[in-house]
Design a protein around this ligand. Sequence first.
Ligand code: AMP
Ligand code: GLY
Length: 403
Amino acid sequence: MRVCVVGSGGREHALADVLGRSAEVVVTPGSPGIPGSVPDAPESIDADLYVIGPEAPLVDGLADRLRAEGRLVFGPGADGARLEGSKAWMKEVVSAAGVPTAEHATFTEVDPALAHLDSLSAPYVLKTDGLAAGKGVLVTESLAEARDGVAEYLSGAAFGDAGRTLVIEEGLVGPELSVLAVCDGHRAVALAPAQDFKRVGDGDAGPNTGGMGAYSPVGIADGDVVDDVLDRFVQPTIDELRRRGIDYRGVLYAGLMFTPNGPRLIEFNVRFGDPETQVVLPRLSSDLSVLLAQAAAGHIEHTPTFVDDAQVTVVLASEGYPASPRTGDVITGLDAARALDGVSVFCAGVRAGADGELLTAGGRVLNVCGRGATVAEARSRAYAGVAEISWPGMHFRTDIAGS
Ligand code: AMP
Ligand code: GLY
């Protein structure tokens, strides 16, 4: 099978790597750090299966355009991708589906938004309605900061048009879990759960990012938890989408919080998580290309299986990430890290310099992964890999998968 992966980040590098166990893989546009990268547009690449990585091309209808040409595509059309493209619409769909989620209200005007905020208790949660690369969420204990945020979101100053419709949510507290469900339009199978670290700094300090690290397996998520997530969160959503005429074939990523009142949905994403994918897919012991092709064709017959080994990834980020990452710094030590036992590195944001050296080209630059018999062993291998790599201003969390 020939598979075309669309995207250029660490998630797509991991997808290409794991699909490459059984398929021929091309990645577009990819990057100089991802083997098999080609500059051609997806439409001009001949493949048996197209796997679309990021949310933006999904929201923009790339899956629809490829399907209209009769191609087999893993990834929802623009209709289903609205689950991530509009948080307000997502909330409406999951309410109709009866999925347990945080209470919310949607605003376009400052005064009613402030009045609503004043009626809530901490933590205060503001979200852009539209896409903001994982950064459009403010969670704060401070009412004053949340009130300031309302004006910054609604004026467009903070996130442009994405924030002009503002979602204010009930603040939930508890451990988080990411469950990636592979859907065929009718039903879903779950991949092994992962835990993501969203804040930029150690101890969950600082602003939200796209994710600074992840690990799998996760202690709080045994088989019953995953079955419960499929039964009460994923399947009702697929059924509700079908009722609305939406044939959802792709990943439905459930971001959950385990509150004292039970699990609650925080978000649905319409694609593989980044960096969760970098810890979930390498643990797969069954064939990914077969699973994704079956889902894309509308009938999953395959149950994914996973090795017991743990996988931890640490994201290495550029100076200034997430607010204003600096790019163009020379990366050193990649080969030395990859030479270590149990260490692999996925490239998230790199480009080639004039002499073929790798330069930083984004906020999240590399995902250094460790594999081991336990999460602790995988973690120490990941950090041994991190210790080999550097560039000016590189930063990372030191507490990924720490106890
Ligand atoms: P999201 O992009 O919606 O997943 O939000 C990013 C992060 O903000 C989540 O991983 C949570 O840590 C936090 N968050 C989102 N919604 C809530 C909520 N309702 N209550 C508390 N924390 C939240
Ligand atoms: N790691 C969070 C996300 O992919 O949205």
